[in-house]
Write a protein that binds this ligand. Structure first.
Ligand code: ADP
Ligand code: MG
Ligand code: MG
Length: 251
């Protein structure tokens, strides 16, 4: 589904190399987790994959279903099935949440040459999905993320994901700042989307999320590289021992 080879990325503005040869291969239907110390490049990886400006790819490649994505516009990547749930969801004053969702869904359909979702169908679908995530009707009418609590913002990211039905979902610390109940809702939202083909890259600081979203593989990222890959037990090891031992091992 997603194949990242030797990805090297630097900042456009400064001569600072952030990703120093990332290799990752995600098969359809799998859930991969990335953990790692702050500043190791996890968010940068998710931004570069989804097409945020300000980064320069100096080497390597990333393919979605065999198609190179790094030269594509962000909206083309989204239409191709890539989705990023932001670590820090953005507030968009003046744009109603529902309008935003419907515009996004239909813009993607248009780019794919598909028919628009009718207003009636959209309403039915968005209400049902919002209900599953305990997002009330009022939050659907308010401007995107404006005045939402941390947990509401994160659940709203999952609602976007549920509406867009992407093939490749990247979640950047969607569990950070959530209480246990909100984390379970987020995990349920993710698990509801697992269908054996849809693929997930879950970036997290906490092993706890992975009790609810069972990963097939866990990768540790440090200093711009994946330094270790293992099964779910690797997340437990990190939770218990921290990263120091691993970093020393590598050094
Ligand atoms: P993580 O998500 O693993 O905590 P990030 O990808 O956010 O790490 O950051 C990796 C490194 O790149 C950090 O040292 C961070 O300060 C730096 N960095 C990322 N984006 C920028 C930017 N736009 N300007 C300056 N430094 C940046
Ligand atoms: Mg961080
Ligand atoms: Mg980050």
């Amino acid at each position: 589904m997603l194949n990242i080879k030797n990805l090297h990325v630097k900042l456009e503005e400064e001569d600072k190399q952030i990703l120093k040869g990332v290799n990752l291969s995600l098969e359809p239907g799998k859930v991969h987790a990335i953990m790692g110390p702050n500043g190791s490049g996890k968010s940068t990886l998710s931004y570069v994959l989804s097409g945020k400006d300000g980064y320069e790819v100096t080497d390597g490649s990333a393919q979605l279903e065999g198609v190179d994505i790094l030269d594509m516009e962000a909206e083309e990547r989204a239409a191709a099935g890539l989705f990023l749930a932001f670590q820090y969801p953005v507030e968009i004053p003046g744009v109603g949440n529902m309008t935003f969702l419907r515009t996004a869904v239909n813009a993607q359909r248009k780019l794919r040459g598909e028919e628009e979702m009718s207003a009636g169908e959209f309403l039915k679908v968005v209400r049902a999905k919002a209900k599953d995530l305990k997002i009330d009707a009022d939050m659907l009418k308010r401007p995107v993320n404006v005045g939402f609590s941390g947990g509401e913002k994160k659940r709203n990211e999952i609602l976007q994901m549920a509406m867009l039905e992407p093939k490749m979902c990247i979640l950047d610390e969607t569990d950070s700042g959530l209480d246990v109940d909100a984390m379970k809702l987020v995990a349920q939202g993710v698990n509801a989307l697992r269908d054996g083909k849809r693929t997930f890259l879950v970036i997290t600081h906490y092993q706890r999320l992975l009790d609810h979203i069972k990963p097939d593989a866990v990768h540790i990222m440090a200093n711009g590289r994946i330094i270790k890959t293992g099964g779910p037990e690797l997340a437990l090891e990190v939770e218990n021992n921290g990263y120091a031992d691993l970093l020393e091992e590598i050094a």
